[in-house]
Design a protein around this ligand. Structure first.
Ligand code: UD1
Ligand code: CA
Length: 459
């Protein structure tokens, strides 16, 4: 099989983003846009991948990591000049080189594969990926001759009114015969409105040399959107969101309001799960069958078991079992393990806590660094006092224990199996199994005192 190479253009500053962050590092959902490009291009078998970096080179390289070779374009003199920087790594090599802009994050691996296949099948020297844009403003236009063959690409700024009326655009993605590419690049000039060396000029140059050049028109313009400003960034986010949501719905997930549901690409959701409006599910979360998320919940890197409901709550880096009820307004912080049929109710914060099967923390509590057994009832307002200002300590509550309302459990401490803690206690010592612990001031009533006090105040 012919060798395949890829060059990713990511040296530009992205002036139109008006940002301190370099354009290609702006995230689309879960990762920088250039990372989307690289991840998708890499689904095609490649013999070499080179990324051209310039503005913010260190940061861009750091993000991409070992997944690519890098070449620095010191001055951003245009996309043609950018590709020339890879000459040393690619010149003379036989094979096909795909060139992709770092700001077109939604093109899929399938489209890259189809472009390679088409290019190799037709034996063209260049095949440009094109699309029909509803509003082509800003993009390079594809100029065809009477035989409908591609003649050249004209940048928007250099285009005549007639050329601007063409809605077939250059997506900025091309396959080239590698040797022909570097030969043609020598002839690209910067004699144009922007004074830049345009890569798309290579198309016209090859045509003038009577080489075979073709276009590969994709059906879906949305896939090829180039992000130059924040409005396009929001468009990309919306398109990706819709693409992901549609694939879940086709797999049997109910999404009540797909326009207001944000599910990141790595998330797995099983059949009959229901995702309510305003929910965000991120990272490598797994949502099992018939679970209900939201309305308004944010789940990050969590496993959520079957038929579990999480309403108006935030959960991260935790494992939540089957038929658990969480919320409204609960916060499940990292390293928590919530067993089947447990309940975590209104205004409860849980951190690094194991909660056993069927246990309940129904209202207004903070339970952190705790190992709670099964069928435990944690009363309203209970606090594990886990931190002495320096270190964190563990609270253990054994099976079937009952913690009365508004108790403080000063860790390290163990409340034994089946024991009771009286409401309002501050527990500083271990409670043996089956015992009742009361740790609060004894109440004394002074008969008639209030009435006497009121009389005195009248004088
Ligand atoms: C480019 C194409 C245009 C196409 C559009 C598709 C050119 C001249 N124009 O326009 O035909 O319709 O993409 O989205 O290629 N870059 C460098 N070094 C440079 C200049 C740019 O690495 O010197 C990188 C940028 O970081 C970016 C990519 O190349 O990732 C494209 O550059 P950009 O300025 O966004 O080109 P467009 O004007 O969008
Ligand atoms: Ca662009």
């Amino acid at each position: 099989m012919a060798k395949r190479y890829a060059v990713i253009l990511a040296a530009g500053k992205g002036t139109r983003m008006k940002s301190k962050l370099y354009k290609v590092l702006h995230p689309v959902m879960d990762r920088p846009m250039v990372q989307h490009v690289i991840d998708q291009v890499k689904t095609v078998h490649l013999d070499k991948l080179v990324t051209i970096v310039g503005f913010g080179a260190d940061q861009v390289e750091e993000h991409i990591g070992s997944g690519s070779e890098f070449v620095v374009q010191k001055k951003q003199l245009g996309t043609g000049h950018a590709v020339l920087q890879a000459e040393e790594l690619l010149t003379g090599k036989e094979g096909t080189t795909i060139i992709v802009c770092g700001d077109t994050p939604l093109i899929t691996g399938d489209t890259y594969q189809a472009l390679f296949d088409e290019h190799e099948k037709t034996k063209a020297k260049a095949t440009v990926l094109t699309a029909k844009a509803p509003d082509p403003g800003g993009y390079g236009r594809v100029i065809r001759n009477e035989q409908n063959e591609v003649e050249k690409i004209v940048e928007h700024k250099d285009a005549s009114a007639r050329e601007r009326s063409i809605n077939e655009i250059n997506t900025g993605t091309y396959c080239f015969d590698n040797q022909a590419l570097f030969r043609a690049l020598q002839h690209v000039s910067n004699d144009n409105k922007q004074g830049e060396y345009y890569l798309p000029d290579v198309i016209g140059i090859l045509r003038e040399q009577s080489e075979k050049v073709s276009a590969f028109l994709t059906e879906d313009f949305n896939e090829t959107i180039g992000i130059n400003d924040r409005a396009a960034l929001a468009d990309a986010e919306r398109i990706l969101k819709r693409r992901i949501n549609e694939s879940h719905m086709r797999n049997g997930v109910s999404i009540i309001d797909p326009d207001h549901t944000y599910i990141h690409p790595e998330v797995k959701i099983e059949q009959d799960a229901v995702i309510h409006p305003g929910s965000i599910i991120k990272g490598d979360s797994v949502i099992e069958a018939a679970a209900e998320i939201g309305p308004h919940s944010e789940i990050t890197n969590c496993y959520v078991g079957e038929e579990t409901a999480i309403k108006q709550s935030v959960a991260s880096d935790s494992k939540i079992g089957n038929r658990v009820n969480i919320g409204p307004y609960a916060h499940i912080r990292p390293e928590s393990v919530i067993s089947n049929k447990a309940k975590i109710g209104n205004f409860v914060e849980v951190k690094k806590t194991k909660l056993g099967e069927g246990s309940k923390i129904s209202h207004l509590s903070y339970i952190g660094d705790a190992d709670v057994g099964s069928n435990v009832n944690v009363g309203c307002g209970t606090i594990t006092v886990n931190y002495d200002g320096k270190n964190k300590y563990l609270t253990t509550i054994e099976d079937d224990a009952f913690i009365g309302c508004n108790s403080n459990l000063i860790a390290p401490v163990t409340v034994g199996q089946g024991s009771y803690v009286a409401a309002g206690s501050t527990i500083t010592k271990n409670v043996p199994g089956d015992a009742l612990a009361i740790a609060r001031a004894r109440q004394s009533n002074k008969d008639g005192y209030a009435a006497r006090l009121k009389n005195r105040q009248k004088d």
